[in-house]
Design a protein around this ligand. Sequence first.
Ligand code: GRF
Length: 198
Amino acid sequence: MINNLGFLVSHNGSNMQAIIDACKSGDIKAKTVIIISNNSRSGVIFKAKQAGIPFYHLSSDTHSNPKELDATILDALIKYHVDLVILAGYDRKLGTKTLGYYRGKVINIHPSLLPKYGGPGMWGIRVHQAVLAAGEKETGVSIHLANKDYDRGPLIAQTRVPVLPDDTPETLAIRVLEREHSFFVETVGKIIDGEIRL
Ligand code: GRF
């Protein structure tokens, strides 16, 4: 049974916000209990404060030893009884201790139809630049289980987004991100309801 969600986010946290909102409105029957960021200037600090959710800055700045950082992240997730770990724009890898403890319970969202346009270096606007450079007619959103490799864990759900003839990387990024918000809420909702089994 999944009751408590824990987020790891590096930047804006708009996907995280969509899920927090859905938890509040009751569309997702779970609670966000902790937000962790590796970025002390991340916009999620404000979002966490507004929602009254505990926020932790944990990074190589706070813990120079990667093993200690891994252990501290895991301790924080356990302390708040997190059942499902959500990577929502987290630009770091989780350590082996955390991944091992939460095996099959860590999900990530990526703005392309994985396995295409994923992996090291494929983040942000670069994903959409690559999609356009390849002349793709469609792109999409992937939600997958996270493992030790970037964007390579088993797929959970995907949705397609059209590429329009006059798209720039920026217009495509906006259309994909909008779709991410609704699709992430829908998919996490299905995981919580047991419609999707991890
Ligand atoms: C999203 O495109 C997500 O797929 C990727 O990072 C971006 C995060 O956006 N992993 P936001 O921080 O949720 O606005």
